[in-house]
Design a protein around this ligand. Structure first.
Ligand code: ASP
Ligand code: MG
Length: 464
C-alpha cells in the first residue's frame, strides 16, 4: 500500500491511514506500507536547495524552523502515546539536523550537483515515514520503518530520475522484507528514495513513491499493489473540465501507461513497468472513501463492443515547434539531427508528426523549454542549409484520446474529428502511434477544454 498526497498531508490524516492499515492487518492481510513526503515538502526542499546554492542563509534558517515545526506538529496529532511520540520526535530532530548540515554544506560550496540535490530531496520521505511508523505503533501494531536503501532498492546513478537495477533489487528486497512479514511485522518504507550500488542516495523521479511501491510489490510477488490517494480512481476526464466525468472501474496496463504519459497525474509514468512484467494488478483507491473499490489496472481486459474510447486527457503548458525546408526532402538523417540536437539539450519531445512531403517536422515540447529549443535548433541546423525555418506557437495544448478498444475499430478518428469540427475548432497537428491505443492532436489552448468536452460527449463517456 502506497500513501501519498492528501493522505499524508497532516497528523490527523496520518492517524486516519494508520487506522486503515490496522483495519486490513486485522482482517489478516500482510501489508508493506510505502510512504511519500508530507504534502508539499518535496517542493519546499527543491526550493531550499536552490536558495542554499545561492547562499541565502536567512532563508535556510527559517526553512529549517518551518520543517521541524511541520513534522513535530504532525507527530503530536498522529501519535498519542508519550514514549512512542518521544522516539519519533527525536528521530525528526536528528534527521532535520542532518538536513541543516547538508544545506549548510551547499551554502559553503555554492554548488548544487544532481547528486547533492537528490540527497536533499530524500529528506521528505525520511521525515514522514517515522511519523506513520509511530501512528501504527500507537495502534498496537508491530511496525518497523526503513528507507528504500535499507530494504535494498538499488539504482543506477542517474540522479534525479534513477532507474532501479531490478534483478539485484528484487533479490535484496525479498531477502529483507519476507522474513519481516513472516514475523507479523508491518514494514513501513520510504517511497521515492533509493541508493546506487555504492550506497549513494538517489531518487526515482518526482512522484516516485508509486514506483517504490510497484518495485517492492514485484519483488515480493504480492497479490495487488494499492495506491491510496484522495480521489476515487482514474476518471474518464478531468472533472474540472467535464463535470459529468466518471470513474473508470477497470483499465489495462497499456491504457493506464498512455494516460500517465499524457499527464494524468494519477501515477508515476514508469511505475507500471515492474508490475506489468509480473502481472500484478494495481488498484488506485481513495483513502477517504475506502468503501469505493477504486480503479483496477490489469493486464488483459475484456473490451466491450462499441467501447472504443476510454478517457481523454488535456496536456497544457506545451508548445509546438515546426522545422521546415525543402532541403529536408529525401535527406535521410534530418529527423535524427533535429532530435539529437534537442536530446543533447535535455529537451523531451511529447509528440511528433511529419507529413509524407517531408518538407516539415512538427513536434510538441514543454512550453518552458521553447526558447531554448528554438535557439538550439537555429544555431545547430539553419546554417547548414538543411532546414530553412524554425517556427513556434506557444498558445496550444494537446488532447489525448485513449482506449484499447480503438485498435482496429474503424471510424473512431472520424467521430473524434467530426465532433470537434462541429464546434468550429481547428486542429493544428495530429499523431497516432501504431499501437492505436491513443490518438493525440493539438488545438489552440483556448479551445482545449471545449474539445475535451466535445469528445467526451461524442463517446458518451458519462454513461459508462
Ligand atoms: N515526494 C516525492 C515527490 O513529491 C515522491 C512522491 O511523492 O511520490 O515527488
Ligand atoms: Mg503522486
Amino acid at each position: 500500500m502506497k500513501f501519498g498526497g492528501t493522505s499524508v498531508a497532516s497528523g490527523e490524516n496520518i492517524r486516519h491511514i494508520a487506522n486503515l492499515i490496522a483495519n486490513y492487518v486485522g482482517q489478516g492481510y500482510a501489508i508493506v506500507a510505502v510512504i511519500s513526503a508530507l504534502k508539499g515538502v518535496t517542493d519546499r526542499l527543491v526550493e531550499a536547495s536552490e536558495q542554499a546554492k545561492n547562499g541565502n542563509r536567512d532563508y535556510i534558517r527559517e526553512f529549517i524552523q518551518e520543517i521541524v515545526e511541520k513534522h513535530l506538529t504532525a507527530t503530536r496529532k498522529a501519535v498519542e502515546n508519550k514514549v512512542i511520540r518521544k522516539a519519533v520526535e527525536q528521530e525528526i530532530r536528528a534527521t532535520v539536523d542532518e538536513l541543516e548540515k547538508v544545506l549548510t554544506g551547499i551554502i559553503y560550496l555554492g554548488e548544487l550537483t544532481p547528486k547533492s540535490k537528490d540527497y536533499v530531496l530524500s529528506f521528505g520521505e525520511r521525515l514522514s515515514t517515522p511519523i506513520v511508523w509511530g501512528a501504527l505503533r500507537d495502534l498496537g501494531l508491530n511496525a518497523q520503518h526503513y528507507t528504500g536503501k535499507d530494504v535494498g532498492i538499488v539504482t543506477d546513478s542517474n540522479f534525479g530520475e534513477a532507474s532501479p537495477l531490478m534483478n539485484v533489487t528484487k533479490h535484496q528486497v525479498k531477502e529483507k522484507i519476507e522474513p519481516l512479514l513472516g514475523k507479523g511485522i508491518v514494514p513501513v518504507v520510504t517511497g521515492y528514495i533509493a541508493a546506487t550500488q555504492d550506497g549513494v542516495t538517489t531518487t526515482l523521479g518526482r512522484g516516485g513513491s508509486d514506483y517504490t511501491a510497484t518495485i517492492v510489490g514485484a519483488a515480493l510477488d504480492v497479490d495487488e499493489v494499492w495506491v491510496w490517494t484522495d480521489v476515487d480512481g482514474l476518471m474518464t476526464s478531468d472533472p474540472k473540465i467535464v463535470p459529468s466525468a466518471k470513474m473508470m472501474p477497470e483499465l489495462s496496463f497499456q491504457e493506464a501507461t498512455e494516460m500517465t504519459i499524457f499527464g494524468a497525474k494519477a501515477m508515476h509514468p514508469r511505475a507500471l513497468e515492474p508490475v506489468m512484467e509480473e502481472n500484478i494488478p494495481v488498484r488506485i483507491r481513495n483513502a477517504f472513501n475506502p468503501e469505493n473499490p477504486g480503479t483496477l489496472i490489469v493486464k488483459e481486459q475484456k473490451i466491450k463492443p462499441g467501447d472504443a474510447v476510454k478517457a481523454i486527457t488535456l496536456v497544457k503548458d506545451v508548445a509546438l515547434v515546426n522545422v521546415s525546408g525543402a532541403g529536408m526532402v529525401g535527406a535521410p538523417g534530418t529527423a535524427a539531427k533535429v532530435f539529437d540536437v534537442l536530446g543533447k539539450e535535455n529537451i523531451n519531445i511529447l509528440m511528433i508528426s511529419q507529413s509524407v512531403s517531408e518538407a516539415n517536422i512538427s513536434f510538441i515540447i514543454q512550453r518552458s523549454l521553447l526558447e531554448r529549443a528554438v535557439s538550439t535548433l537555429e544555431i545547430a541546423l539553419l546554417g547548414r542549409g538543411l532546414i530553412r525555418e524554425v517556427t513556434a506557437e506557444n498558445d496550444v495544448c494537446v488532447v489525448a484520446v485513449v482506449g484499447a478498444g480503438m485498435k482496429g475499430t474503424p471510424g473512431v478518428a472520424s467521430r473524434i474529428f467530426t465532433a470537434i469540427a462541429r464546434k468550429g475548432i481547428n486542429i493544428r497537428m495530429i499523431a497516432q502511434g501504431s499501437s492505436e491505443l491513443n490518438i493525440s492532436f493539438v488545438v489552440k489552448e483556448i479551445d482545449g477544454e471545449e474539445t475535451v468536452r466535445a469528445v467526451h460527449e461524442e463517446f458518451k463517456l458519462n454513461k459508462i
